[in-house]
Design a protein around this ligand. Structure first.
Ligand SMILES: [Zn+2]
Length: 536
């Protein structure tokens, strides 16, 4: 490892042909404000990551909290990983401490994984100011800890904390820290932009210098945050600099502005840069895994998320809609199927006949000119009442099916009633009664809820669910209410948007009424009908 980190000439690009993907959603990602995962949640997320095909899953910090300890205890029996290696995270020994009585290191060994990743300080400023010790001790903390864990037979990765900031200030010290880890047998040196302040050209340059310094003795990786809005760009720059290991989180989960977003990095590396990231055939799982994890961690995905968002390949009514139908690739930067997403045509009252025709073809509905005119008239009428179909794809589909002559015969509602009482102790109770017919069977169900919408949802689901067990998989994910102030002086109306999922498909329905319960009930009924229509 002869060093020449002060590279005098622009380095020739030696991008790797493949990188390994290290997901830290369960550790760094769960630092996000307001995010709290149970051990079961964590196991489900790990399954999804393995289904996607990442190389490493960082499961947490054993010993730092009871949940992470329990996760590692349960993982061997409850996780059957196909592609991924589970990694336990920890830190180096304490200042002036001994490795053999260090609780953090012992917890890492007891986590029972084959691979561990420890964070060590690699910036002079942090060693002298945060640790209040000297640089030799800073190096020794890393070296001793790596050596100890190697002695326990573990594969050891080093997360070099504040590396980029430290390198800019004192590159010799940062490289000394890395070198000590390599000499003790670390296989991966992960350069961390802990405060997230770096920019792509700096990351590319510095990673390049480190790769040149160490040659192929060790794998250089990057761990980046999005504080400059460049998390993804920084990861791509790191790979251009020669990094062969990329850490990040699905959907960019993480503290502050988040970690670098693997949902974006993976297709960029694979499809745009020709760098292999996942096993063959797995990138098509990206959209469903991204949505599934958003669901598991209860963080709704941004519709505009690149590649995986529901708007990522949506085209709104306009001049080019009919042109897209003829030549999709003229208006889309990739084939959306490559990431498991799809083209979507957004329909509103402004939609022309060609948009409705394309939408009908997409749904496989035979519609003649008269049926198309009916849809357009109906859209105009409903949007005037306050409906907004751009946001409610499922309600639009049902409307179009009805215009084409379809009637849902899954169930028929006889009546619905919901009552909210204030009890003598000041508490509120809500109870809903729903009577429905499924064929010639009458089902009557009563359900309590924490509010009227919850109660009618439970009651309707119970009444219909007996005949349709597929509904067990359907649950509501979002409920949005907006009061539309009637400029037409007819008074305020309520618009309800209800999102649901069956674990594979997400959909949104709409209800509009002066009465919030009625608006919710309409959206709810359509949501279940849509779920039944598309039950696998
Ligand atoms: Zn981090």
């Amino acid at each position: 490892m002869s060093g020449h980190h002060d590279h005098p000439v622009p380095r020739t690009l030696d991008m790797p042909s493949s990188v390994d993907i290290y997901d830290t959603t369960l550790r760094d990602g769960s630092q996000q404000e307001g995010l709290s995962l149970t051990v079961d949640d964590k196991l489900r997320v790990a399954e999804q990551l393995d289904h996607l095909g990442v190389a490493y899953i960082e499961g947490g910090w054993p010993g730092a909290n009871a949940k992470d300890t329990e996760f590692f205890a349960r993982a061997p029996a409850e996780l059957d990983l196909g592609t991924a290696t589970l990694v336990a995270f920890g830190s180096t020994r304490r200042v002036k401490g001994k490795v053999d009585d260090d609780a953090t290191l012992r917890n890492l060994v007891e986590a029972g994984t084959s691979t561990v990743c420890i964070v060590g300080k690699s910036s002079e400023y942090h060693v002298t100011q945060a640790l209040q010790t000297d640089l030799d001790e800073g190096v020794a903390m890393v070296a001793d800890s790596v050596g100890f864990l190697r002695g326990e037979g573990l594969r050891v990765m080093l997360d070099a904390e504040h590396f980029f900031d430290g390198y800019k200030h004192n590159p010799e010290f940062t490289l000394r820290v890395l070198e000590s880890a390599v000499l003790q047998g670390a296989t991966h040196l992960v350069l961390c932009d802990t405060n997230g302040g770096s920019l792509p050209f700096e990351v590319e340059q510095i990673v390049g210098n480190v790769v040149d310094y160490f040659g192929s003795d060790v794998i250089i990786g990057v761990h980046l945050h999005d504080d400059t809005g460049c998390g993804v760009a920084n990861a791509l720059a790191g790979v251009r600099g020669g990094a062969r290991h990329v850490q990040g989180t699905i959907n960019g989960l993480g503290e502050r502005t988040g970690n670098c977003n693997l949902s974006t990095i993976l297709p960029n590396l694979t499809l745009k840069m020709g760098v292999a990231t996942l096993p063959e055939g797995r990138l098509e799982r990206l959209t469903s895994v991204s949505h599934h994890i958003a669901e598991l961690v209860n963080r709704p995905l941004n519709n505009q998320a690149p590649y995986v968002g529901s708007s990522a390949f949506a085209h709104k009514a306009g001049l080019h809609v009919s042109a897209i139908a003829k030549a999709k690739d003229a208006y889309e930067h990739i084939d959306p199927e490559q990431v498991g997403n799809g083209t979507r045509f957004v329909v509103s009252e402004l939609a022309g006949r060609s948009t409705i025709k394309i939408k009908a073809d997409e749904l496989g509905l035979p519609m003649d000119g008269a049926a198309i005119s009916n849809v357009i008239d109906e859209l105009k009428r409903l949007e005037h009442e306050g409906y907004h179909f751009e946001a409610a794809d499922a309600s639009l589909e049902l409307l179009m099916r009805r215009a084409a002559g379809w009637h849902q015969d899954f169930f028929r509602v006889e009546s619905m009633r919901v009552i909210t009482d204030e009890l003598p102790d000041g508490a509120f109770s809500t109870e809903a009664t729903v009577k429905v017919w499924v064929g010639d069977q009458r089902h009557v169900r009563v359900a309590e809820g924490n509010g009227p919408v919850n109660a009618i949802d439970r009651a309707l689901r119970a009444a219909v669910g007996q005949a349709y067990p597929a509904l067990e998989r359907v649950h509501l994910t979002d409920y949005k209410v907006r009061i539309l102030d009637g400029a037409s002086a007819t008074g305020a109306v309520t618009r309800v948007l209800l999102s649901a999922t069956d674990g594979e498909r997400d959909w949104t329905t709409i209800g509009v009424s002066p009465n919030i319960i009625e608006a919710s009930w309409r959206a709810l009924e359509e949501s279940l009908v849509y779920g039944l229509l598309h039950a696998p």
